[in-house]
Design a binder for this molecule. Sequence first.
Ligand SMILES: Cc1cc2nc3c(=O)[nH]c(=O)nc-3n(C[C@H](O)[C@H](O)[C@H](O)COP(=O)(O)OP(=O)(O)OC[C@H]3O[C@@H](n4cnc5c(N)ncnc54)[C@H](O)[C@@H]3O)c2cc1C
Length: 368
Amino acid sequence: MRRVVIIGGGLAGLTAAVRLAPETDVIAVDSRSRLGGQILTERHGRLTVERGAEGFVFRSEAVPRLAADVGLRTDLIGQSVMRSYGFDGDRLRVLAPGEAAAFLGFQVPRADLGQGIRSFRHGMGSLISALRSHLQGRAELRTSTTATRVEPRGEGVRVVVGDDALDADGVVVATNAKGAARLLASVAPSAAVLGAAPTLSSVTVELAFDRDDIDHPLDGTGFVVADDAQRGGLRACTFTSAKFTDRSPAHQALLRLFFRPELFEVAGADALDDEAWRRRAIEGLGRVLRVTGAPSGSWVSCWPEALPVFNHRHRTAVADVEASLEGRPIVLAGSAFHGSGIDAAVRSGEDAARRLLRLTPHGSPPAR
Ligand SMILES: Cc1cc2nc3c(=O)[nH]c(=O)nc-3n(C[C@H](O)[C@H](O)[C@H](O)COP(=O)(O)OP(=O)(O)OC[C@H]3O[C@@H](n4cnc5c(N)ncnc54)[C@H](O)[C@@H]3O)c2cc1C
């Protein structure tokens, strides 16, 4: 049977694994101690806290199809409310449909503006759990395992993983751009330029309050902050408990603040600690809403250099690397290469699986 190694167990890598697994011996590795990459949902008592992505574009066909294939069809939910607010430094006003998403900077296509997003009843992490369960017994999933190099080996490839080497017929590189630059250094010298791929960092702070401590109807998805009114990097706030059903009990309010930090604020010696982000979040929220009590819970999620920026240079770099890999059983997958966001990650993972199946029609695996 054909053998494929997938480097990166985020949504793109896991999607590729699901699409390859029936006909392929799949080994997926991820350097983190968990699968899911930029998707991580936690349950704290009766609160559902998203640390990474909270949903996906409404028009997506790929995500609902994948969800149905792994048994999650009935868990799909839409937003409970559509109205969004904008804060101009002085007061909140209701925004026109589509005005808010443009502020969040996820490079949302025009057609998606004002459509809202979809998610899963128990959070985006349920998609990762369902993918993992689906792959149980169909693929080998290794966490806390970092791949360091991809080398050609005969007609196949060798993936170096610590002191170990995995020989395979093909490989899916579903990491971030910097990771791909390092992994592919010896097979595609043009990949070096991916090491300088532009990215943005993100910090989110989820705060849980007693509902009565927030003097606002919370009758919308949240608010965005106008560019010239932003302080400390606070750009937006999701009224989590209003936007999606079942995220908190009725007597509590869950609010998620989104920051766009400078890199030094989230990585390196001068990085702010969780308490500093929590204080920033409470102060920032206090500029916009009248809050009369302290939060009963807070969850800070720092994502240094996580969000790819698809400028002309990066698109060209990805195209050059893919051209230099042409015909080899080495494919890129994921939002670092083929468009940011959940829908793009799934489509890219599916496409990677299709390309590898074409490139390795007759697997002839060497010993693992
Ligand atoms: C805070 C935040 C909020 C977001 N909100 C939304 C949203 O609401 N809607 C939306 O559509 N998108 C959102 N996104 C973006 C979305 O989450 C990502 O585009 C998507 O999850 C990326 O999936 P991926 O598999 O391409 O990459 P990742 O999730 O980044 O996965 C890559 C994986 O590769 C692993 N890896 C890297 N190098 C190696 C190596 N050498 N060896 C082994 N493993 C390696 C990493 O550990 C990681 O798990 C958000 C992102 C963030 C950070």
